[in-house]
Design a protein around this ligand. Structure first.
Ligand code: AMP
Ligand code: MG
Length: 310
């Protein structure tokens, strides 16, 4: 399928999967409530979990928001196009289906040529969550999208460069990170020195999606922190499991090992693919990483995916 065909689907109220630099998205016209409902239905996504609206120009941004907080300008200049989602007061153009009933809307401009071409060709902002069934690991390739949605049209493009979702921030009141993601706290602090990671009330988080289980593989996932390496070696001994760890730890284990790269960036990029492994094994046992820089986002995802953490 080419960009024009995919754009026609969007214009006609349909849904289509498309690549972004974070993960593959499942897109619909953000201004068309019936189209947006199709995305929720296909994913099995709770209707109170709002979608991110993807734009390709500042004109499109102005159409979907009521106002732009002053601090947003510096962030947009530095990080757009890119994996930073900003919460704005929503304009009347945006139906409540897209915002999950909130008066705010989450917006970002993706840094992917195919995604930008699709949005531009469709001529409308595209609401898109990750193109996976609700609760499953996000897709970083066309194959992953097909696993979850064999019948949905896919506009293919490059594999996801970041492999992690965008960072979601709010700027009303104290600037805060609602969901950690591909842009790290450190990077954000270079523009907004006092930004912090929001305290989340697990029952009523500011970012509604954070209360749902996420990123879960098809079998139990047991997570060990890096300090628990020795404990993990004992745990996996003689068990029929698949071990996921950074390259340098692979030699510590016998049995099936999936290597996740040598840096946190590489680990972020390879993690979701590894969580979707088809290899035989009763559990996935993962050696995590230090909670700093991109490691924070990785550990956030792993803790949400884990059946048990040590
Ligand atoms: P996903 O599209 O699955 O990567 O998830 C989008 C994330 O953005 C979820 O955690 C949502 O809860 C969050 N989000 C989207 N819109 C808003 C909003 N208006 N206010 C707060 N969080 C939002
Ligand atoms: Mg998702």
């Amino acid at each position: 399928m080419d960009v024009k065909q995919a754009a026609d689907i969007i214009k006609n109220g349909g849904i289509v999967a498309f690549p972004t630099e974070t993960v593959y998205g499942l897109g619909a016209n953000a201004l068309d409530r019936e189209a947006v409902k199709k995305v929720f239905r296909a994913k099995g996504r709770p209707t109170d979990n709002p979608l991110i609206v993807h734009v390709a120009s500042s004109q499109m941004l102005l159409n979907v928001v009521r106002s732009i907080p002053p601090q947003a300008r510096g962030l947009i200049k530095r990080f757009w196009p890119g994996p930073l989602t900003i919460i704005f007061p929503a304009s009347d153009e945006i139906p409540i289906e897209t915002t999950g009933g909130l008066s705010t809307v989450a917006v970002r401009m993706p840094d992917n040529i195919t995604a930008l071409a699709l949005i531009t060709e469709a001529g409308v902002p595209i609401a898109a969550p990750s193109a996976n069934k609700s609760g499953r690991p996000s897709p970083t390739s066309v194959e992953h999208v097909k696993e979850d949605f064999p019948d949905i049209p896919i506009l293919s493009g490059k594999h996801s460069r970041h492999g992690m979702e965008s960072t979601v921030i709010a700027l009303d009141g104290k600037p805060r990170i609602l969901r950690q993601g591909a842009i790290s706290l450190k990077q954000l602090r270079e523009v907004i020195p006092n930004i912090t990671i929001a305290e989340q009330n697990p029952e009523r988080p500011e970012s509604p999606g954070m209360k749902y289980r996420h990123y879960a593989p098809d079998r139990p996932l047991i997570l060990f922190s890096p300090e628990q390496l020795e404990h993990m070696k004992l745990y996996v001994k003689g068990k029929d499991v698949i071990i996921l760890c950074k390259d340098r730890y692979a030699k510590e284990f016998t049995g099936q090992v999936i290597k996740l790269g040598s840096t946190d960036k590489e680990m972020a990029k390879s993690l979701y693919k590894a969580l979707r492994t088809k290899r035989e094994g009763e559990e996935l046992v993962v050696l995590g990483t230090e909670k700093k820089g991109h490691g924070r986002t990785i550990m956030d995802r792993l803790e949400r995916a884990a059946t048990k953490s040590y």
